[in-house]
Design a protein around this ligand. Sequence first.
Ligand code: ASP
Length: 436
Amino acid sequence: MSIKVAKFGGSSLADAEQFRKVRSIVEADRSRRYIVPSAPGKRHPQDHKITDLLYQCYDHVQQGLSFADIFSLIADRYLGIIRELGLNLDLAPTLEQIKNEIAAGATLDYTVSRGEYLNGLILANYLGFEFVDPATLIFFDTQGHLAIEKTQTMISKELTPKKYAVIPGFYGSTLDGRVQTFSRGGSDITGALIARGVEADLYENWTDVSGFMMADPRIVKNPKPIEQITYRELRELAYMGASVLHEEANFPVREARIPIHIKNTNRPTDPGTLIVKDNGELKRPGSITGIAGRKGFTIIAVEKTLMHSELGFGRRLLSVIENNGISFEHMPSGIDTISLVIADTQLNNKLDKVLAEIKRDCQPDAIDVFHDIALIATVGLGMAYTPGIAGRLFSALSEVNVRMIDQGSSEINIIIGVENKDFEEAVRRIYHAFVE
Ligand code: ASP
């Protein structure tokens, strides 16, 4: 039988009703053997996430304030879920113990990890699966980095003999036994590590959306879902826009060639998005996989006649921005021009200083600055080596003022720069040029 690891996010376990959905998903496929829960998330937009409340408890203790009211909200959430599910589980003593530990100055990581810990106890009881504390499986070294080899060995040794288990997300422990968490949203990483350690065939990531869409639904009406995407394509898209997965969640499963399936707990029959390793097969030639973009960039265009034959020009230019602690996104160039595309958040109020230093060190003929630029990435393996793609893209944009064009050498991504005000319109035009 194949092995699946299923991670359920906070909204998938926000209340008893969601727990019921999770159980029917788990029971529908007996190869879902290792289940990784997050802490309960929001039930409605004004609601609190349990993890956020735990952060508040810690802050209150640090400031010498009472955290009893906040802790009651937490305890009531869990006790309510247990009551509504009719479970034979007395969580009160554990809650009391955790409250005392927090009051006695437990560490931040320990405090906030309890959201997943408690949810894991409840889910294990509800599913009839064994509870396994990730503090015994996932380890961090003395520098605070994941001790990947020890972690993989322990997961494989401890979990493989168990048929079914619930392992809370978000935390592990240091080599000397203190709880340490990942960064926020880190249960995705736990799921990926478990999938790798047990050599799963599939890592399912259950959330509240049906995977990735080809474009942002706030811009394009009813965009098509992406049913399959490679890690490389995803990286290009995620870099440019919203993403469903924690960034670091990819690497353990990517290396092991385990696909990730993003699925919707509230619509389990939706196909979702399958993330796979690029197997070298070309997708449908001429197709694109997705479009993503961001606003808020500045282009600094530097011009100098015979720049291409001047030794060290590029280095001097880049040294200026490096010395100002600025990183750049793209650097399209022509014979006598180089442009630097820089996120406004990087530039802050350093622009005047940077321009003065470029003038001093590079002696350019002209420098132009374009503000309020948005970047749009059109991504797809199906674009590579396919004639006519760029033509189609640019005829779609014939009425939009395109300020920059950049195509990575991998040919799976064409990036264009437009003015912020044209951003949404440009995304819609590109989408409709390729879809239907
Ligand atoms: N509960 C943690 C957070 O809110 C981790 C997670 O949900 O993945 O960040």
